[in-house]
Every structure is written in structure tokens, then in C-alpha cells.
Design a protein around this ligand. Structure first.
Ligand code: XLS
Ligand code: NI
Ligand code: NI
Length: 435
């Protein structure tokens, strides 16, 4: 036991002042006919929670992690697995997610890296079996090693493409072996810094080839979970090809990848793209491409991916409104791609951070469900578009009308009269009633 002083975090209700208890997340509580546990499918990320050390571009790590021995050895990695599962269990998080290189050290050759990964995966599997905790998704880190400086699948160097392919092949095998429910691609360096040196068309064609190879291999080994692309517009590149939900879906359609892919949407990435998270969720949702979410938040005063834990009820309410509207997360989950601040250097801060995020989402779920149960918001929206429900609207929507017919119609009618106010302020007040 690495945290003898911390018991399993339990639901104590909104009145509790215990900082190590849930005030809203009550796993067995039913909301819209489903338990909170099944709605949220909370997941802890290995990279921030187990590997984050609090370093930033201006200073080294600050985090105190007594279980770390300061080496990048397999032994240290195996000890970390023990710690990780104790954290997941005590948080009552049913899922976790990783990059290959978070869980096991990269070796001095591809073969050694594969072997390290397999050794640690064996221990991960044992811990999963012992605790019932499951892998939400795996992904290959195709951005940290210097070989990926020009990108991985979009590199100008064919050998780098091949190396990335080898890494994804192994990571798919391990994800399958561990029962991973999805497989994620976040293209951190799949983009460009400058167009003078870039053949964009060739790079995009290569990226699509890469994804098709992954789809083919998944079929071959019987991995059936969806692939997820995680959009982000920039950082570390100036432009990332998977810049937002719309760009990803356009790419997937253009290259015949729609049947195999959905999206993993992240709040901070949405804001970097100039969108709200609700926008991204709704955009993906209405196209049947809402796969999973990386739950975090940015700081609107800072223009980068600060990956903070989400605590804002407006944000979580908006997320849950969109998620419920589109029928839930399916095989995805609410994955905390978030890290404690550099100043929050003690291990216990990892607990406070996740408790806050889980409670904020649980509260958002309850608020969203209450808004939906009352139905005022949805009936307003329905009413707002009701002119389309008449004969003319139906004709247009079903493709039975033409410019000529509409011209004749307006010639006779004269003017399009305003029919309804947007009532934004009233609706903002309505939402506040539920908070
Ligand atoms: C980085 C991304 C990354 C992905 C997984 O900004 O959010 O952490 O979630 O590669
Ligand atoms: Ni992410
Ligand atoms: Ni991110």
C-alpha cells in the first residue's frame, strides 16, 4: 500500500465537508435510467497522473513521488503499476488509459522497447484481473522521441513512417490483449511548422494510408473497438491536420475511414480551436462520431493546453447536455486528460484533483438530466424552428422544392416577417435556475 492514510473515496452527499469524499458522484445512483458509473465511465490517465513530474519549459519537476526511484527501468515501471492501480481503485475509477511509453520505458532498440512493453503489460493485465479495472484506450506515443521531429505518419522520412507503424502494431496488440475498448490517435506532430517545406497533399495521403493499415491490422487480430482521432489545432505544431471535429470528419470521409473512426474530444483542444466543447460535442454527435472525451479545461487567459481538472459546473452541464442528447458515450468514457498544477506537488493532490473532476461531471450530469426532464429548453428549440414543420418547410427539407418555386412564393408573399425571438438571455436565466 502506497497510500495507507487514504481510504477508498466514498459518496457522502452534498453536505459533506470531507475533502476526500464525493459530494455528487454516487456510482449506483440512477439518472435517466442508467447508473452514474455507466454514464460517466471515468478514466484516469497514466501520462499525467503517473508520469507527470510538474516540470515546465522554465523549470524541472517539483512533484514528490516517493515510489519513484529516479530511473527509467522496467522495475520502476512495474512498481508504478502497483501505485497506479491503488489510485484507480481508491478513486473508484473503472477505467484508465495510456501511451505505450508511459507504462514502459523505450529501450535502445525497437525489439527492446517491444519487450519492455510486453513485460509491463503482463503486470497491467494481472492488476486489471485482480481489480476489475479496465483499459479505456491505448495509444502509441508518436511525438516525444526525436525521430518524430517531422511527424510520424506525416514525416518526410519513410523510415520514420515505418517505425511509427511498428509502434502502432505493437500497441494495438497490447491494447487488444488488455481488452482495451478503443484505440486513440492523437497526431501531436502530424502537421507542419511551415508550408515552404511541406507537401501537404502527400502528408495527408500518408496519414490516411497509415490509418487504413491500422484498420486492416485490427481486423486481422480481431480488435473491434473503434479507433478514435483526438482533434487539436496546434501545439506542438503550428498547425495540426486533425485540427477540430469538422476537419477530422472531412478527412475521414475523404479517405473512406468513416466506418472505423469516431472522435475523442478534449475541452482544452476545443478552446484552442476557437470552439466551445459543447460545439465540438454537438458537431461530432449529430454525425454519429462522438466516441469519447478527454475531460479537462484550459485557462482562457493562457493560450496553451494547460490540461487543468474541470471544476466549472457550466462546462460540465454543457458537456452532459450534449452527451445525453446524442445518446451517451458508448464505448468511450470521461477520461481525465488533466494534470495537477506544479505547485500541487504532493501525492494527495492527485486525489483532490480527480475527486473534483468526478464530482463536477456528476453534478453536470444531474443538472443536465433535470433540464431535459423539464423539457423547457428542448420545446423552446422545437418551437423556434416550427415554421419548418409546415407544408413549405417539409417540401424543402425533403428536396421537393426549387429556387423557382420559392421565388414565386415570395413574389406573392412579399416579405419574410420575423417570427420568433432568439431569447438567449431568457434561456441563460433558465439554465441558471438549475445550477
Ligand atoms: C495532448 C493530448 C494527448 C492525448 C493522447 O494534448 O491531449 O495527451 O490525449 O496522446
Ligand atoms: Ni488528450
Ligand atoms: Ni491535450
Amino acid at each position: 500500500m502506497y497510500f495507507p492514510e487514504i481510504n477508498r473515496i466514498e459518496y457522502e452527499g452534498p453536505q459533506s465537508k470531507n475533502p476526500l469524499a464525493f459530494r455528487w458522484y454516487n456510482p449506483d445512483e440512477m439518472v435517466e435510467g442508467k447508473s452514474m458509473r455507466d454514464h460517466m465511465r471515468f478514466s484516469v490517465v497514466y501520462w499525467h497522473t503517473m508520469r507527470g513530474d510538474g516540470s515546465d519549459p522554465f523549470g524541472v519537476g517539483t512533484a514528490v513521488r516517493p515510489w519513484e526511484d529516479g530511473t527509467d527501468s522496467v522495475d520502476n515501471a512495474l512498481r508504478r503499476v502497483e501505485v497506479a492501480f491503488e489510485i484507480f481503485e481508491k478513486l473508484q475509477a473503472p477505467f484508465y488509459a495510456f501511451h505505450d511509453r508511459d507504462v514502459a520505458p523505450e529501450g535502445s532498440s525497437l525489439a527492446e522497447s517491444h519487450a519492455n512493453f510486453e513485460r509491463v503489460a503482463k503486470s497491467l493485465k494481472e492488476h486489471q484481473q485482480k481489480t476489475g479495472i479496465q483499459l479505456l484506450w491505448g495509444t502509441a506515443n508518436l511525438f516525444s522521441n526525436p525521430r518524430y521531429m517531422h511527424g510520424a505518419a506525416t514525416s518526410c522520412n519513410v523510415d520514420v513512417f515505418a517505425y511509427a507503424a511498428a509502434q502502432v502494431k505493437k500497441c494495438l496488440e497490447v491494447t487488444k490483449e488488455l481488452g482495451g475498448q478503443n484505440y486513440v490517435f492523437w497526431g501531436g506532430r502530424e502537421g507542419y511548422q511551415n508550408l515552404y517545406n511541406t507537401d501537404m497533399q502527400r502528408e495527408l495521403d500518408h496519414l490516411a494510408r497509415f490509418f487504413h493499415m491500422a484498420v486492416d491490422y485490427a481486423k486481422q487480430i480481431g480488435f473491434s473497438g473503434p479507433f478514435l482521432i483526438e482533434p487539436k489545432p496546434k501545439e506542438p505544431t503550428k498547425h495540426q491536420y486533425d485540427s477540430d471535429a469538422a476537419a477530422c470528419l472531412n478527412f475521414l470521409r475523404a479517405y473512406d475511414l468513416m466506418p472505423y473512426f469516431k472522435l475523442n474530444l478534449e475541452t482544452n483542444h476545443a478552446t484552442l480551436a476557437g470552439h466551445t466543447m459543447m460545439h465540438e460535442l454537438d458537431y461530432a454527435g449529430h454525425q454519429g462520431a462522438l466516441g469519447s472525451i478527454d475531460a479537462n479545461t484550459g485557462d482562457l487567459l493562457l493560450g496553451w493546453d494547460t490540461d487543468q481538472f474541470p471544476t466549472d459546473y457550466y462546462l460540465t452541464t454543457q458537456c452532459m447536455l450534449a452527451i445525453l442528447k446524442h445518446g451517451g458515450l458508448g464505448s468511450g468514457g470521461v477520461n481525465f486528460d488533466a494534470k495537477v498544477r506544479r505547485e500541487s506537488f504532493e501525492p494527495i493532490d492527485l486525489f483532490h484533483a480527480h475527486i473534483g473532476g468526478m464530482d463536477a461531471f456528476a453534478r453536470g450530469l444531474k443538472i443536465a438530466a433535470a433540464i431535459r426532464a423539464d423539457g423547457e429548453l428542448s420545446s423552446f428549440v422545437q418551437q423556434r424552428y416550427s415554421s419548418w414543420d409546415g407544408e413549405l418547410g417539409q417540401k424543402i427539407e425533403s428536396g421537393q422544392s426549387s429556387l423557382a418555386e420559392l421565388e414565386a412564393y415570395m413574389m406573392q408573399k412579399g416579405e419574410a416577417q420575423p417570427n420568433t425571438s432568439g431569447r438567449q438571455e431568457m434561456l441563460e436565466n433558465l439554465i441558471n435556475r438549475y445550477l
